[in-house]
Design a protein around this ligand. Sequence first.
Ligand SMILES: [Fe+2]
Length: 209
Amino acid sequence: MTKLTPPGAATAGPYEPREFDLTAVTGLSQRAIELHLELYQGYVKEFNTLLAEQSAAFPAPGEAASPLDLASHARRFAFEYNGIVLHELFFEALGAPGATAPDKQGVLADAAERSFGGLEQWMQHAAGLAKLRGVGWVVSVRERDSNRLYNCWVDLHHLAIPANTDVVLALDLWEHAYLLDFAPSQRTNYFEMLWNSVDWAKVEARCGQ
Ligand SMILES: [Fe+2]
């Protein structure tokens, strides 16, 4: 997850972009991956700017406050923050094609069984979402208490992620994620490559209580 300042530190400070080892990913070109990582780092930069603006507008007692358009700031806050978190979940679980498979005895498989009838049906539903027109994310979220799994189409990533769930799988369907390697008409191929490249151990680990 996002690198947070340890509890007990005097100030939270800015976020630091995470490093990802994506050398095992072969379904996307290195150039596409580099550009995508730069885009992710841009979210971190923008979010840190928002944090600095917030600190300047709400300073310590006795210090001068900088003006801040709070409505605009608030709208951008979740956009930039979720842009960071979803990209980290995406990159973190991207590995070598076919290197792992979901644990058929695991919590994820149990959630897929009770929610969709099985892992294959869960994937088919996600594949259907990936065909929807428009840009966005296919996000699988898990309800901790019931171990239910839902697939969501998230076209604006600061909206439409259900509360009280953990994102266990985030697949980036924005065109910037694949356009150097796949035509828009090949989005199904891109989805299949992604699904085959998921590091299922990472996804299973996100299904902890
Ligand atoms: Fe992206």
